[in-house]
Design a binder for this molecule. Sequence first.
Ligand code: ADP
Ligand code: MG
Length: 271
Amino acid sequence: MKKNVLLDSHLKTLKLPTFLREYEKTGRQCAQDGKHYEEFLLCLAEMEVAEREKKGAARRILQAGFPAEKDLADFDFSAVPKLNKRRMLELARCAYIEKRESIVLAGPAGVGKTHLAIALGREACRRGKKVKFFTACGLATAYAEAREERHVQRLDAHARTRHLIVVDELGYVPLGQGAAENLFNFFSLCYERVSLIVTTNLPFSEWPQIFGDERLAGALIDRLTHHVHVVEVQGDSYRLKASLKAGKAKHAANAAPEQQGGDAQEESANQ
Ligand code: ADP
Ligand code: MG
């Protein structure tokens, strides 16, 4: 008993909470199975490492500030047959981040660009990368506010220490001159230093419209497309399809509630 108190204290000092929590149970199990001391140690070490990685990933995902929990596992690739699933899974392995490359996800509204961007970002967090999610407007506003409070350096420093930054929804709202310049400076800062995932509903040819300035847009596209994977996400709006399906189910439920209400409501609830 006395020995355990000492062991517990040492494990706390060494910051090995999983060892501390599990050693008794694992020790008993290993003794029962006739396992050697080294196997007992290996088992505890593996549990400690797994727990640490899990907590680290959860912390990084929280710090990234994603607006929703989306993963590749719940992305229905059959809804966008032109999208190469193998390529997306390959990108999720994060080699592009090691090479400081970027990804542009381009396509119309509702096809899953934000979903894919979040999914890739969360996967990067799981693989030990520091990630930050912004909407293009949010990023421009953050810089505008930082400029007022003379905190731009702090924002830049934070960006510089990320491995990956997601800039969602570039192009939905045209940017004013100040916002366009802020974004341009931001993209310059990230160039060859931090990987970016940019989602946009506009082809590059229409980017001058977002930035309201042909030269600024040209210079920006030049930097961004230097080491970039352009992924076209083309298809019908998943959001629209889902709500049409839900609407149909509701309609059917209203038309014949006693025969098919249960099923239809279930379908609608599953959307
Ligand atoms: P976009 O950013 O292209 O406008 P979103 O990623 O916001 O589209 O998608 C809209 C909604 O539809 C989200 O809830 C998203 O999770 C879902 N969605 C879109 N495409 C798919 C898909 N192929 N599989 C599963 N969910 C999808
Ligand atoms: Mg989106």
